[in-house]
Each structure stands twice: as structure tokens, then as C-alpha cells.
Design a binder for this molecule. Structure first.
Ligand code: BGC
Length: 728
């Protein structure tokens, strides 16, 4: 049962009053599992070194532990091992002087990443492509359940920064380039994950990442500076975090890099003035990996590790992901004893941490919250996963109705993405980098296996078992001559964080070579793309008969892709980002007028929101319930959508808004509402959308959110309707 806020505050106050300074600072300390781990690899089913765990809890009073055991290879553990590990920690913490529980945090990025056999969903970029918040909600429900069945407490997900820098190797961890879509998908995920009561046995707290602006590095490399002006920050980057806070997320992880010269971990204005003062966040902030000390070692903002700790804590960091030693604990203790960090600031941070521990029921939990049976890797969860993958896949091109394929066609399947699960899952899959194909489940289907499972004609494969294996191009071409068509699967191998840095969005030359050799013989080609970023495929897409964009559809991606290729499922995914035409083509769809003025154009290979179906839809009859409204009023948009093709299908209706004239330049259009509907042939639905005043608002000259009276246009499909906002 959820405790009332007042009761929690009372208990936090009472507990805090009994805590020593050491116990308080311990709560602010988060360590990596390796700090309490046995050194040897042969650990049986409990890798904890008892002496080290006792030291962490009884001598350093640590508040939190993170990550999967690093022996061997930082990989997923069996669910039973996790339950033993977390039980051991729970029981040890219960024996400490005040019995304060440890909160165990894990990167359950697309499902419970670090538990063997967990249901691993499409990554966020692909979830965004579903335009289906209900599916996002369901993935939140299932992820929380599997995290809790593993005995774990806290999930470092979702990423609420928006993804508009395609080079950035974490683009796929975002919900794409649009603010409204990211809010909707992220908010739904959080609500599913946490429910109404985070203390419920099957619910768990989320963590909004990485506050704020981390996703927009100027040079595209991970953990490098962003240059975001205050207005852009407030218009594009803060809203996702605000939605996450409103959805109830009780923790926030901080930007590892810097914005406008101030590292995230030193930014008092962001961490305290805005996050707390303006956005009303009441939970706790956690640093990212080693980022407090990096204010000294990397950023040269602090002249010593000690000063780094002081700056970070005074800026608003409540918990430090140290994570390999007790330096933060020791330095902060010293800073507190000399009064350089006031105890009031420490009390504030610890109160926030304890509050979340009460809210999530940790004080009353004496064993793993959920039985594994019925709550882990269930058939129902796999079905949700399959549906998510099906709705995530985007049919970008389909000339002469190349797709769906005939089941009796003879098919050559080739390309480095054809026979690997890792290319469809990306990073944070079983291991941090997600690239250890040998560890992937044996019962999940690669694209090749899924095609083989459905095809009635001859299926031949030319390719390697690793992404980097050389493909025998000559053999592939010869085989292509003897088949009806080619399914060519290209893209990127998995990567996470800095490891995924690239200098160009161009596709690897060897892949282009393979593609061109295949095209040269003139057989029909279906180009399938997997990977976390839009790699440049313009020439190839022009020559392919069909193009299907998979991004990172997860463990059911192969099966779902085959469902779509053979027409057992009608595709309904839409692009959550603009797919660039060329390397330097990085204009988002909601660009300012200048970006499409005179010689400039928004001319991506595929625009935001693009995605075809095997049926056709018509949206028409756009009307507004009022043509004039007063400031502060809402408006209803009505539009009809009809399936005018021959197959049942799902269509997402996108409602865009433009503010005709304003004191700050406004985007040419901005998504403000959407709805996905399923329609049978000839079926028509009338949809109603409410545009609230926030939809018409922007950050004005004085950095405050305002609505300026004047004319607005609503755009749906090919239609536009206008309305006027009257002054008060
Ligand atoms: C990443 C975070 C992650 C943390 C803990 C960091 O390197 O930036 O996203 O939650 O590690 O694993």
C-alpha cells in the first residue's frame, strides 16, 4: 500500500534525526557491483564478497548499488542469481544500525537488459516509430515486472532528452526528434512502469535521463559539449523532463557532458533553480558514471577531487554514481565536517533519497517483491513484444507493390544484418555493448531464420556470422541471378555510448559495394535497414524496389520483419525522426522558416512521420469547433480518416500547428496531437483532438512561456484550417 505523503515526510524526518553524518553521506553514495564482488570468475550463483559487502554497508553506509556483476564480462545474470544477490544485500542492510535499505539500480533500457531471458523490446527510437503510447505503457508494465522479479529496485530509463543529432551514438535511446511524441511515449512508459503506487510488488521507479541537453552534442560525439540557448532549452529539451516529472518519475540522472560551458553536474541553474524551483521535481538526482570527479579530471572546473565534490553537491547532485571507490564518501564527509558543504544541504539530499525509498516500499520489503513464475518472460509479454516490433517497422518505399512478397518466391537473403539478433537489438542487450551474439537467446529469430520459417520457395543465405565478417560479394551476385529477388539487410552493428562514435553517417563502404553489385544484375531488391541511427542510403534506396526501416526492433524484430515482408502483418510504423538525404542534411521537420527559405530546403530522404501501408488511407473533412478563441481557451480539431484500400490497417493521424506571426520565430509546423486507429477497408472514423493553450505557446522574449494572439494554422494530411486567438 502506498504511504501518504505526510506520513512519508514524518518518517523521513524521524529517521534523519537518528542518523550520523557518516550514515547520511553513505546514503548519497552509489557504488558499482564490482566494489562488493568476489575477485575470481568462478562465483557459483552468488558473486558477492561478504567482507566487501559488510564494508560497504556497515562502514560506508552506502545508499545504492548499480550494474551487473563484471565477472564475466558485465553480462546478464540468471534471474535466480539476481534474487540471491539482491536478497543478500537486503538482509545485510537490514542488519545495519538503522536498517536503511539499499536501492539497487539497473539499466533496464528496453526490458530487463541484465537478466537472462528477459523480454527485450524495441529500443526507444523504434517504440517511438509505433506512435502507439498504449504499447509504450505495456512495455513499461512488463519491464517493471521483470526488474522486480529479478529482485532489483530501480530502472535507469527512460531517456527524455530529444534526439535531433543523428550522429550521436545514443540517438536510439531517445524517442526521436519531436517534443510532443517523446512526451507521449515517455510519459506512457513511466505510467506503465510505476502505476499509481510505486510500492506495489510489480512496479518500480524510473529515472529520467540525462538532464538536460546531453542528446545534442554539436560535433555528434558522445559526452561532448552542446550549445543550446536558454530558449531552445526551454522549448525543446525541458518539456520531456517536465512530462516525466508530471508522470511521477522520482529520480533524474544528470547530463554527463556540458551545455553552454557548464557541465551538467555543476549546473546549479539547471539542477536546482529550474528542476526544483520551476519544474517542481521532488525526487532525487543521481550523477552519471564518474561524473562528479570528472569536473576535476576532465572538465578542469574544479582544482581538486575535493572541490569537484563540493561543486556537484552544491549544484544539486543528491547521489553520486562514484562508482568504483569511496572517494566521494570520504571527501564529502570532510567537506561537511569543515562546514564547506552545510549539513542542511546534506539533510536535503538524504531526505529526498529516503523519501523515494519509502515511496517505493523498500523499507517494508524483506525479500524479492515478485515470484518469477507468472511474472517473468511470460507468453503475454512476448506477444506484446511481437506487436511492438510489428508496429515499429517502417515501410519507407514500395514501388510497384513489390511487397508483400509471394511466399513461393525464391529469395536470396544477404547483407551483414541478415542473420544476427544483435543488429536488431542494439546496445544494452545482455551486455552493455549488446554485441555478444553468442549470448543471445537461441529461440529468437534472425531475419533469415524468420524468412526461412515462412517462405515456401527456396531461400539462400550469403553472409557471415558476425557483422564484420566479409561477405563473398561474387557469390552473393551469382546466387542473386538464380533467385527471384534479394532481401538485402544492411545497417550498423550494436554499440552503446562513446564506443558508437562515428565521423560520418555514410554507410560502411563494403556494404555499399555489396548493394551496388547486387543492383547491377537487375533483380528486384528489398532493402532492409537495421541500426540505431539513420545511415545514408539515398543512392541505394533509389535503386531498391522496396525499403523497410527496422531501426532496433528488438528480440521479435526478425519475426516481425518477416511478418511484414510476406504481408501477414500490414506495416504501420512512422518515422520519429527525419531520415537524412545526405551526411550534412540534418534539418528537423519542425525547423524554422529560414531552414526552408530561398535556396534552403527541408528535403530529407524520408520526412518525419513518413511510413507506408499495404492499404491506403484518406484523411479529410478537417474542421475546428471554433474559428476564434480567447487566450487560455482550448480548441477541438475534427478530422475523418478512412481506409480506402483493400486491407485492414492502422493509420496514425498527425495534427500539426503553426503560429503565423510571432515575436520569436516559430517552427513551420509542430506536432501537437496524434492518434493511431485501426480501420477495415471502407471503414471511416471521425477523430477529435483537443489543442490546449500549451500547444499554441512558446518561450517568449522574456524566456517565459506565452501564447501570442493572432492567427494559427492546423494541418492534417493535405488540409489546413485556421483559427485566431483573440487578445483578452
Ligand atoms: C550512462 C547511463 C547509465 C549509467 C549506468 C552511464 O555510462 O551514461 O545512461 O545509466 O552509465 O550504467
Amino acid at each position: 500500500m502506498a504511504m501518504k505523503d505526510g506520513d512519508i515526510d514524518e518518517r523521513v524526518r524521524a529517521l534523519l534525526a537518528r542518523m550520523t553524518l557518516e550514515e547520511k553521506i553513505g546514503q548519497m553514495t552509489q557504488i558499482d557491483f564490482s566494489v562488493i564482488a568476489l575477485d575470481n570468475v568462478q562465483h557459483g550463483d552468488n558473486p558477492i564478497d561478504r567482507r566487501k559487502l559488510d564494508d560497504a554497508i556497515f562502514n560506508h553506509h552506502i545508499g545504492s548499488i548499480l550494474n551487473t556483476p563484471s565477472t564475466p564480462n558485465n553480462r546478464a545474470q540468471p534471474v535466480a542469481t539476481w534474487r540471491k544477490i539482491t536478497q543478500d544485500i537486503r538482509e545485510t542492510a537490514a542488519r545495519s544500525r538503522l536498517g536503511i535499505p539499499v536501492i539497487y539500480g539497473i539499466d533496464a533500457i528496453h526490458g530487463a537488459t541484465y537478466t537472462e531471458g528477459a523480454v527485450l523490446f524495441p529500443q526507444a527510437i523504434s517504440m517511438a516509430a509505433t506512435f502507439n503510447p498504449e504499447l509504450s505503457y505495456q512495455t513499461g508494465v512488463i519491464t517493471a515486472r521483470e526488474v522486480k522479479a529479478s529482485g532489483l529496485d530501480w530502472n535507469f530509463s527512460p531517456v527524455m532528452d530529444i534526439g535531433r543529432q543523428p550522429l550521436w551514438p545514443r540517438l536510439w535511446e531517445t524517442y526521436g526528434e519531436d517534443v510532443h511524441l517523446a512526451d507521449a511515449m515517455g510519459g506512457a512508459y513511466i505510467r506503465g512502469h510505476q502505476g499509481d503506487d510505486m510500492a506495489a510488488p510489480d512496479k518500480a521507479p524510473t529515472c529520467l535521463k540525462h538532464y538536460v541537453g546531453y542528446s545534442y552534442p554539436l560535433n555528434g560525439k558522445d559526452r561532448t559539449p552542446a550549445w543550446i540557448g536558454e530558449r531552445a532549452l526551454r522549448d525543446y529539451f525541458l518539456p520531456g523532463f517536465q512530462s516525466g516529472i508530471l508522470a511521477g518519475a522520482p529520480t533524474v540522472m544528470v547530463n554527463s557532458a556540458e551545455v553552454d560551458g557548464i557541465p551538467g553536474h555543476a549546473n546549479h541553474q539547471y539542477l536546482t533553480t529550474i528542476l526544483r524551483g520551476e519544474m517542481g521535481f521532488k525526487g532525487f538526482t543521481v550523477s552519471d558514471w564518474q561524473d562528479v570527479i570528472r569536473l576535476y579530471t576532465r572538465d578542469k572546473l574544479a582544482s581538486s577531487p575535493r572541490e569537484a565534490v563540493k561543486i556537484a553537491v552544491m549544484a544539486g547532485i543528491d547521489m553520486s554514481m562514484v562508482p568504483f571507490d569511496y572517494s566521494f564518501y570520504e571527501l564529502l564527509l570532510d567537506l561537511a565536517k569543515t562546514g564547506e558543504v552545510p549539513v542542511s544541504r546534506i539533510d536535503e539530499a538524504v531526505s529526498r533519497i529516503l523519501r523515494v525509498k519509502y515511496q517505493t516500499g523498500l523499507f517494508d520489503r524483506h525479500e524479492a517483491a515478485l515470484p518469477v513464475e507468472g511474472h517473468f518472460a511470460t507468453a503475454g509479454a512476448a506477444a506484446v513484444n511481437r506487436q511492438a516490433a510489428r508496429e515499429a517497422i517502417i515501410l519507407a518505399k514500395n514501388d510497384h507493390q513489390m511487397l508483400p512478397l509471394r511466399k513461393d518466391a525464391s529469395i536470396l537473403v544477404t547483407g551483414p544484418g541478415a542473420n544476427l539478433l544483435s543488429v536488431m537489438n542494439g546496445g544494452w542487450t545482455i551486455t552493455w555493448q549488446g554485441d555478444d551474439e553468442a549470448l543471445y537467446p537461441k529461440d529468437k529469430l534472425t531475419l533469415l531464420a524468420a524468412i526461412r520459417g515462412k517462405a515456401q520457395g527456396r531461400v539462400t543465405h550469403v553472409g557471415g556470422q558476425r557483422f564484420t565478417d566479409e561477405i563473398d560479394i561474387e557469390r552473393a551476385v551469382n546466387e542473386a541471378r538464380h533467385h527471384d529477388l534479394v532481401v538485402l539487410a544492411l545497417g550498423e552493428p550494436p554499440y552503446t555510448e562513446t564506443v558508437g562514435n562515428i565521423d560520418t553517417l555514410a554507410l560502411a563502404p563494403v556494404q555499399v559495394q555489396l548493394a551496388k553489385a547486387i543492383f547491377a544484375i537487375g533483380k528486384p531488391v528489398v532493402l532492409v535497414m537495421f541500426g540505431g541511427r539513420p545511415r545514408i542510403i539515398t543512392d541505394l534506396a533509389e535503386r531498391a524496389d522496396a525499403v523497410v526501416l527496422g531501426f532496433l526492433p528488438g528480440m521479435e524484430g526478425g519475426a516481425a520483419m518477416a511478418d511484414i515482408l510476406f504481408g501477414d502483418v500490414n506495416p504501420s510504423g512512422k518515422l520519429p525522426i527525419s531520415y537524412p538525404r545526405a551526411e550534412g542534411d540534418i534539418t528537423p521537420y519542425d525547423h524554422k522558416p529560414q531552414a526552408a527559405f530561398e535556396a534552403n530546403q527541408y528535403r530529407p530522404l524520408y520526412p518525419f512521420g513518413h511510413g507506408l501501408s499495404y492499404t491506403r488511407f484518406e484523411t479529410q473533412g478537417l474542421t475546428l469547433d471554433k474559428s476564434r478563441i480567447h487566450l487560455g481557451e482550448s480548441l477541438t480539431v475534427n478530422v475523418k480518416v478512412k481506409n480506402i484500400g483493400e486491407r485492414v490497417g492502422k493509420e496514425t493521424v498527425l495534427v500539426y500547428l503553426n503560429d503565423a506571426v510571432a515575436s520569436v520565430t516559430r517552427p513551420v509546423r509542430q506536432l501537437q496531437a496524434f492518434e493511431k486507429v485501426e480501420l477495415k477497408p471502407d471503414e471511416q472514423k471521425t477523430l477529435h483532438f483537443t489543442l490546449k493553450p500549451e500547444a499554441m505557446s512558446f518561450i517568449g522574449l522574456d524566456m517565459k512561456r506565452i501564447v501570442e494572439p493572432g492567427e494559427f494554422s492546423v494541418m492534417v494530411g493535405n488540409e489546413t484550417a485556421t483559427f485566431t486567438v483573440l487578445p483578452d
